[in-house]
Design a protein around this ligand. Structure first.
Ligand SMILES: NC(=O)c1ccc[n+]([C@@H]2O[C@H](COP(=O)([O-])OP(=O)(O)OC[C@H]3O[C@@H](n4cnc5c(N)ncnc54)[C@H](O)[C@@H]3O)[C@@H](O)[C@H]2O)c1
Length: 297
């Protein structure tokens, strides 16, 4: 049985994937947040923005499903640390530990500024719709470098939206059911000819914006289609947004931040830095007795 590391395993996609892949692989889970492993799983807490942690978790695995990171549009510092430094660390640690195969959870937001009226395939030029999208493009580029220079086998899944069911009009076009996710991930782990591939992580949606022929060429046969939910969803769809409705990336094309579904706990390193900063601050001057204390209005 192959041993598979899932980074970001405590997150939404990781939770679906753990359930879907249970019993099929020996699952090694990792995340910055705590997680209780189920029978047959092992968990190691790690911060991928720290190279020593990345080296520790990638040792002795057959493949890595790299999900860990900042998963929405947000402040540069969070994206830089988790998705740029963290992503680089995972690829580099895998190389140093001799792990050949990485499945990278990239995103529809790497190409989110393509208009909805256009069907795009895996060969289109990148069009990120925010800092988050740029970080996913960075991950794809690191994957390309590590495939060409070090012979790693890299499977980039530009994921649409993983959910048990599609949740709104936009997601009818990009929905990715958990069982289709598991099928595509299994192809990414098992296919013998993967060198560097980009596929769209979406179900077989009638309203898809993607020509996913590269995934089909590798044997992907999605079982689900969001059309089943379309009438119900369209009936309750509210008014759209002038910009968001034009582009595939939706809200990400016009907002600066989306609520983070996985707010990060303070890492030991961050806590230490905060302590040091506090220690450097000059001690507050003693209050002069003659100054009367007034309540702030
Ligand atoms: N959910 C989707 O539909 C979707 C769509 C497109 C792409 N993706 C990508 O798939 C991956 C998983 O998405 P998700 O929805 O499960 O996100 P999520 O936010 O629910 O989970 C991400 C996990 O990564 C962990 N993480 C963040 N920074 C870390 C660090 N420095 N070290 C270790 N772990 C860290 C978080 O603690 C969290 O548990 C992400 O990379 C995301 O960008 C998801």
């Amino acid at each position: 049985m192959k041993t598979i590391l899932i980074t970001g395993a405590a997150g939404d996609v990781g939770s679906h994937l753990r359930r879907e892949l249970a019993g099929k692989y020996a699952l090694r889970l990792s995340d910055l947040r705590p997680l209780t492993p189920a029978k047959g799983e092992r968990f190691a807490r790690a911060d991928i923005s720290n190279m020593a942690d990345a080296l520790r978790i990638t040792r002795g695995v057959d493949a890595i499903v790299h999900l860990g990171g900042y998963s929405v549009e947000g402040p540069w510092e969070g994206i830089l640390s988790a998705n740029i430094i963290g992503c680089y660390n995972v690829f580099e640690a895998a190389r140093r530990n001799g792990v050949k195969r990485i499945l990278f959870a990239t995103s529809n937001h790497a190409v989110g500024f393509y208009p909805r009226k256009q069907t795009i395939d895996h060969r289109v030029y990148i069009k990120p719709d925010g800092r988050y999208g740029v970080s996913k493009v960075f991950g794809e580029a690191v994957g390309s470098l590590y495939a060409d220079k070090y012979g790693m086998q890299v499977f980039n899944m530009r994921i649409g939206n993983v959910n048990p069911a599609p949740i709104d009009k936009r997601r009818l076009s990009i929905w990715f059911s958990p069982r289709d996710l598991a099928q595509l991930v299994t192809i990414g782990i098992e296919h013998p000819d993967i060198r560097f591939e980009i596929v769209y992580g979406v179900s077989g949606n009638t309203r898809s914006w993607y020509d996913n022929s590269n995934a089909y060429r590798l044997g992907y046969k999605p079982l689900d289609d969001s059309e089943l939910y379309a009438a119900q969803i369209l009936a309750k769809e509210g008014p759209g947004h002038a910009t968001g409705d034009l582009y595939q990336g939706g809200t990400f094309t016009h907002v600066e931040a989306v609520p983070n579904p996985a707010p990060l706990p303070k890492t030991a390193a961050a806590a230490n830095q905060a302590k040091k900063r506090a220690a450097k601050k000059p001690a507050p001057k003693p209050a002069r007795k003659s100054v009367k204390k007034t309540k702030k209005k």
